[in-house]
Design a protein around this ligand. Structure first.
Ligand code: TRP
Length: 823
């Protein structure tokens, strides 16, 4: 087919007005478009890469010859891709297995990331390198296949140019779903998944993280347009709503960008999906960061998710947590060494001094650890080589073409290669490469998350994958523990929390509130917390029901302290008893009614000991014993003191003439009084035990997180009667002692009894509110404390003064001193 008609299409190649001077069979190219790299070979493949970010807009008004293309901003990444193509071709040329006895050549052009220049590159490739074409209508095509382009917009144009010649092209980065249309782009293949899969994966990701209110920003090109349409289609019926759709203009316009940024700021959608590329994102992100907006969760498309430009630390506060889909990465064994060998003089690149070092200037160029796009370029070259290899090894008579013919090795037509490409299947670094009927490859993405690296810079962490070959619903695999996402209105609620919708905000915006104690949630994103069964309680995290702690006063610090105090009290009482027994013949013991003193000391010992019964796990026996023993020993003690008061009172009244009251208060009568007073308490207790005895019970109301084992008093009435009776005795005792306190004598016991009763009453009156209000095991502790405090009160008030005289001031232990008024 003649290439002549194309010359009029191309803005770079125009027929010279002097073309009439040329001979009929010879056309002359007047304006060339030089390739970046060329190498000759038996079969030549073309390559188109955006070696520059952009270009100055050409002046094309068709009235004069267009000026040469002027590109700006060298792109080291694309340069690396181009080098990868050269490396792959050289590898294949050296290979014994693949295409032995044949060599591949290449022509690599720069598209400057601009469709029109891509088109010029495609035409230049077809035309050859500026040499005169003599033999225009015969012979093999100058070009067997093309590797390119990067952006879908360029690929579309290039594909249209190549289409009439049936030259297959394999794109390494153009993912637009539109290119899957075989009718429009019959010769298009690609080694990157169709965006239909990407938007599907994205929709699944949004649903997985419950990001149901999202904004979408896209670039002004086919890639952005079709990806957005695809995403909207995928989101239908998932419950994810799009809050806004914005488009970054092709020719960057700051005013428009600021408008978009304002929309992002004011919207309640905190998740933004962006279909755009590194180049156009750069100025946009600069403006975004200048506005100081944070808290946005970016969802990145494959075109910028591994953008090396954004790895510096200044981007982290704004872009940290970004999550997106990266295309498959692979190993290219010799790439690093190959890239280091490149030197400016060996290429046809723009003028260089020859002194430049690639390593320092362009870390993006040398970043070969996990090539993604470069690996695609590599795959694409190998795909062509393998198809060509298959084509050349066609068995005569078994070929795929008309009448089972094979292609001619000296005259291979591109459409014949296309046939082999379509049938191709081979493995490269463990991965299977083939093309489906639309020319698409097997869909696979890595899920990439942007996290802070050790140096404060951004690191792209692989946190999962999307494998389109898996069963529907099982494609997305995310390692949750590795992922870092920006906390936002719709972050997940962890187990132990429940969702609480915010007023006036969309349903997908909620707060996570911790479950109340006693309730749990064991799944992420629980709507409600469930209550634990009766004997169970929530753990600290609110994720599990655990058996409640059983609590009673036992051998913990407080239990031990109280036990020690009680035992010390008992021992003290016993030793005082011993002192008294030892000095029982001395006046102070004898004058003060020694028998009653011994009784009091004995009953006090019992009082101290009965405190011990309140410690330990309550059983039905200990419950019954606790209150009865305590009340009876206390009644006994107070009765003795009462007896003693009566005797003091009687003794002094009897001193008056004609009064024989002492006759009625002999030791016998005293015993009767004590006995009968105690008997009343014994009867009350007996009635209590028979009617409604105290019993051990589980208290789950007072403290809901614990089971308190306690003694229920059984009959409240009996309990308060018992206490009331002790109170009555104490009051009686107090009144009588009060009356007797002023009676003469140096050692009038009545004073001490008054005082001891005051202490006793004070302790028990303050006991009541403390008892009622203290929680759990402390109720019992309060009771023990009251018992011990009142016992100590009695012990010290009644016996300390006497012990003082007996032990320290024996000289005062005389009858005169005690009876007389001498000091
Ligand atoms: N997958 C994108 C595409 O198909 C990748 C891309 C490369 C791109 N260069 C671009 C996207 C420029 C937008 C602009 O187009």
């Amino acid at each position: 087919m003649s290439l002549l008609f194309l010359w009029s299409l191309s803005s770079s190649l125009i027929l010279s007005p002097s073309s009439t001077l040329a001979t009929d069979s010879e056309c002359v190219l007047l304006s060339g478009f030089d390739p970046g790299f060329v190498a000759d070979g038996d079969f030549v493949i073309g390559g188109i890469f955006p070696l520059h970010y952009n270009q100055e807009m050409p002046d094309v008004n068709y009235t004069y010859q267009p000026t040469a293309v002027r590109c700006n901003g060298f792109d080291p990444r694309a340069f690396r891709w181009a080098q990868t193509m050269r490396l792959a071709v050289e590898e294949i040329n050296q290979s014994e297995q693949l295409l032995p006895n044949h060599t591949l050549g290449y022509k690599i052009f720069d598209s400057c990331a601009y469709p029109l220049t891509g088109q010029r590159a495609a035409l230049a490739m077809l035309n050859g390198l500026g040499q005169a074409h003599t033999n225009m209508c015969s012979g093999a095509s100058p070009l067997l296949a093309v590797i390119g382009e990067s952006g879908s917009a360029q690929s579309i144009v290039v594909s249209r140019i190549l289409q009439p010649f049936k030259i297959p092209m394999i794109s390494y980065f153009s993912s637009c779903a539109c290119l899957g249309d075989r009718r429009k782009y019959p010769t298009f293949f690609r080694v990157i998944p169709n965006d239909d899969y990407q938007v599907k994966a994205m929709a699944q990701l949004l649903v997985r993280y419950d990001w149901r209110w999202v904004g979408v920003v896209r670039g002004d090109h086919e890639y952005g347009h079709f990806a957005l349409q695809g995403l909207l289609r995928e989101l239908k019926g998932t419950g994810v709503c799009v809050a806004y759709q914005e488009m970054i203009p092709l020719l960057y316009n700051q005013q428009r960008a600021l408008e978009i940024i304002e929309v992002m700021r004011s919207s309640t959608a905190r998740v933004v999906v962006v279909f755009s590329a590194e180049g156009e994102m750069t100025p946009f992100l600069k403006d975004y960061m200048a506005q100081n907006i944070t808290g946005i969760q970016w969802v990145a498309s494959e075109a910028w998710v591994t953008a090396s430009l954004f790895t510096t630390s200044e981007y982290f506060p704004y872009l940290g947590g970004t999550i997106g889909f990266g295309i498959r990465q692979g190993q290219i064994p010799g790439l690093r060494d190959y890239l280091q060998m490149v030197n400016p003089r060996s290429t046809l690149m723009p003028p260089c001094s020859g002194q430049e070092t690639l390593l320092e200037q362009h870390s993006a160029y040398m970043n070969t650890s996990s090539p993604r796009v470069a690996y695609n370029v590599y795959k694409a070259v190998y795909a062509i080589a393998h198809s060509l290899h298959n084509l050349l090894h066609c068995q005569a008579g078994e070929g795929p073409f008309h009448n089972h013919s094979c292609a001619h090795s000296t005259n291979v037509h591109p459409w014949q290669l296309q046939h082999y490409l379509q049938e191709l299947a081979f493995y490269i670094s463990g991965e299977e490469v083939n093309f489906d009927l639309k020319g698409d490859s097997i869909p696979y993405y890595d899920i990439i998350n942007w996290q802070r690296g050790s140096g404060g810079n951004m690191e792209f962490i692989n946190v999962g994958l999307f494998d389109g070959a898996k069963a529907s619903g099982k494609e997305l695999v995310i390692q949750e523990e590795k992922i870092l996402v920006v906390s936002m209105c719709s972050a997940n609620c962890a187990p132990g929390f429940r969702k609480a919708v915010r007023r006036g905000e969309p349903l997908c915006c909620f707060d996570c509130v911790p479950c109340d104690s006693g309730k749990i949630s064991n799944q992420t994103d629980s709507i409600d917390c469930t209550e634990c069964p009766e004997d169970y309680w929530s753990n600290a995290d609110g994720t599990m029901c655990i058996p409640k702690v059983v609590e009673f006063l036992s051998h913990d610090a407080m239990g031990i302290a109280l036990t020690v105090i009680a035992v010390v009290g008992a021992c003290l009482t016993v030793s005082i008893l011993a002192v008294f027994l030892h000095h029982r013949t001395t006046p102070i013991v004898r004058v003060n009614n020694s028998e009653l003193s011994f009784f009091i000391l004995l009953s006090l010992t019992l009082c101290f000991l009965c405190a011990l019964m309140f410690i330990g796990e309550p059983t039905s026996w200990s419950c019954m014993l606790r209150h009865t023993a305590f009340s009876i020993t206390f009644s006994l003690c107070i009765s003795c003191i009462l007896g003693k008061t009566l005797v003091v009172l009687a003794a002094f009244t009897a001193a008056r003439p004609g009064n024989n009251i002492m006759k009625w208060l002999g030791p016998k009568q005293q015993r009767v009084i004590i006995f009968s007073c105690t008997l009343v308490q014994v009867l009350i207790c007996a009635a209590w035990l028979m009617a409604a005895p105290p019993y051990p019970s589980k208290n789950i109301q007072d403290q809901r997180s614990k089971i308190i084992l306690e003694c229920s008093v059984g009959s409240q009435l009996a309990f308060w009667c018992v206490l009331g009776y002790i109170g009555l005795l104490a009051c009686l005792c107090f009144i009588l002692a009060f009356l007797a306190r002023k009676l003469p004598g140096n050692f009038n016991e009545a004073k001490f009894i008054t005082f001891s009763m005051l202490i006793f009453c004070a302790v028990w009156i303050s006991f009541i509110p403390a008892y009622v209000s203290s929680p759990g095991k402390y109720t019992v502790a309060v009771e023990i404390f009251a018992i011990l405090a009142s016992s100590f009160g009695l012990l010290f008030c009644l016996f300390a003064p006497k012990c003082y005289i007996i032990l320290l001031k024996p000289e005062k232990n005389t009858k005169q001193h005690l009876m007389g008024n001498k000091k």
